[in-house]
Design a protein around this ligand. Sequence first.
Ligand SMILES: Nc1ncnc2c1ncn2[C@@H]1O[C@H](COP(=O)(O)OP(=O)(O)OP(=O)(O)O)[C@@H](O)[C@H]1O
Length: 253
Amino acid sequence: MSLASLPVSTDPVLRVENVAKSYGTLKALDDVSLTLKAGEFVALLGLNGAGKSTLFQLLSGLFAADAGQIVISGHDISQSAIPALAGMGIVFQQPTLDLSMSVYANLIFHARLHGMGSATKPRIQAELNRLGLSEQTKTTCIKLSGGNRRKVELARALLHEPRLLLMDEATVGLDPASRKGLVDYVHQLCRERGMGVLWATHLVDEVEDVERVIILHKGKVLATGTPADLLQQTGKIRLADAFLELTATPKSS
Ligand SMILES: Nc1ncnc2c1ncn2[C@@H]1O[C@H](COP(=O)(O)OP(=O)(O)OP(=O)(O)O)[C@@H](O)[C@H]1O
């Protein structure tokens, strides 16, 4: 049975509780808690160095938190990493395609890692079709534009039909039209597939239409709410000004 055909659970697809992570004496994450439900698009907004990538590295099991708990689709990542990660797709900030291989070879490699069987080829074709890349299936990735490389990374993240999609500054290096295209496409997927999406960025224009914004600053959650909540809280008219106001006056630790 594919993950997509499992009954929809009302439990959060992601629960992060009191998570901490330090590099030596630097607290990159300090008592961070958040939840994400199925079908919710949540933005993790933070300046450079806020801790976004560190959080994503913990969520993807690259290393362990010093304290706290991470539960993905009901599985504690520290105890049940395989089922936790099986239901998650991720696009990292740094490109991770093997540029010497074709689009198809990159995707089939990922499919095998996820133990996908006979459904693999139609799934690859379906994701590439939707992204307008069906003609590029056999193209070596080094020949693709930056925007199309990102789309292949997204197709790869979606291949095993995750319940949770993590996007870590996934629009870095894209032109404004490609950026908007990617944001709009992921919003559409979130609605259609009931996927929870955590979208990390420092670009405020990418989060104007999200259901909830979590502002991370110097490793701490400074504020959380709808864009309207954040405007009301700061008395600002533009979300960019609200973000600047909140991050200019950090709480003392
Ligand atoms: N491997 C590491 N060793 C030491 N310090 C690190 C390491 N990785 C990150 N840091 C530090 O931890 C803090 C959080 O970094 P992180 O990359 O998680 O932030 P970010 O919000 O993703 O930033 P950016 O938007 O610039 O990518 C920063 O002060 C960074 O310098």
